[in-house]
Write a protein that binds this ligand. Sequence first.
Ligand code: FAD
Length: 467
Amino acid sequence: GDMEMTVDLAIIGSGPGGYGAAFRAADLGLDVALIDPRHRPGGVCLHEGCIPSKTFLFLAEMILNARRVEKMGLHFGTPRIDIAAMAAWKGEVIDNMAGGLVHLCQQRGIQLIRGISHFENATTLRLEDSELSRLKFKNAIIATGSTPITFPGTRSTTSSRIMRSAEALSLADVPHNLLIVGGGYVGLELGTVYAALGSNVQLAELQERLLPAVDPDLVAPLHRSLTELFEQIHLATAIKRMEETADHVQVTLATPNGEQEQRFDKVLVAMGRTPATTNLGLANTQVEMNDKGFIVVDEQQRTAEPNIFAVGDVVGGMMLAHTATREGRIAAEVIAGQSSTFDARAIPAVIYTDPQIAWCGLTEQQAVKENIHITVLKYPWKYSGRANTMGATDGLTKILADPESGRILGIGITGRETEGMIAEGVLAIEMGALAEDMALSLHPHPTLSETEGEAAEIFLGSPTHLL
Ligand code: FAD
């Protein structure tokens, strides 16, 4: 189109960062336009990330639980898996959530604009595939997110046997043999889904261990469990060649024991994500990027161009939905004249594998690297009554505390239901709680949350169920 428009605030990208910013800005009285080529808001998180993956992981967990309880005397038999119905269910979940976001935008008077934006200068966007041709703004927030790194020399389309996470989450079929390239959380989560649904999953990771960025104490139980769930895990392994033929993908794996030629029905490339800044026209502004292409911002989310802010995956860091939303809200508040800053002491992360892993705050690796003195309090779940009732004795709750004051600096948990348990750790760290505070707070028995209370009791010298 050739229409033009002027707004207080133009937000580019309607993922959790973009809509978080839009909602807050509208609530603070700003006139907001939220632009995205996607049909409806939600970004990667809703349409091809967090929500579809967790929808399928919920079902995978059911299948794995059904197997787990066999040794406790409960037999469901072989599950009948209807992947078309599962994919439809996932679609319904996304649809409901997306509809909710559209409604929230409408209620707040946010203008949803379809289109791809490109900066012409620091006050004008040019739009493509849109009914608007240009949008003038006082302030802008870049929330364009990230895109998956593709394997060199391969194309990645929906028809391809070489999938990205988005294609894997369309759940077109359950391949007999599936190779996952990358042992990060996306590869492990989606590997868990496909293995539970019946694929023979092999996984190749370049580093010497899975989840190379996560505390090895937390990864060890997951590694043990995946050794059973997956057909094979190749560590310290590079993919040398990958070629798609009519009916398979031919792959050369360079393992520590030499090269292997293998055929797979499908391959999922989960090698990480890069910031989405191509064709954004940043060169027409003062916005700066670092050597990895992430947009550089200060603690108020402001770029080097004073009226342009950036939030979410495009600025790097932990690259999670909840950080994106918080950063979006901060940017909106700063634009509305408030003095907000992003100052989270504890950013929680959860990996929805079986067992799960969750952590927040300082990690042991970071403490060693930065020479921070810590006391490590470890409570193995074999001492937990609740873990025993669930057959989840492989779990671990780990607290890092300041040796002098007992102030809680970090928490890591592996086991079941860690997604809920980590919230206590986040609140503890944000409030400057001491191990004593956590130990003396009553935890209901028998629950897995007791492992947090008991780990903290170790600091006081007398945990109830551990010597
Ligand atoms: P995005 O959600 O990526 O949204 C960016 C939007 O910008 C997109 O809709 C895009 O279309 C739009 N856009 C891009 N360029 C332009 C342009 N030029 N003009 C207009 N619009 C544009 N995080 C969690 O916290 N928990 C999880 O469990 C989790 N699971 C995940 C599972 C998978 C498989 C994947 C891939 C990711 C997962 N994540 C998870 C990460 C999470 O999805 C991201 O951190 C989050 O979506 C980042 O939000 P964002 O707003 O920065 O960007």
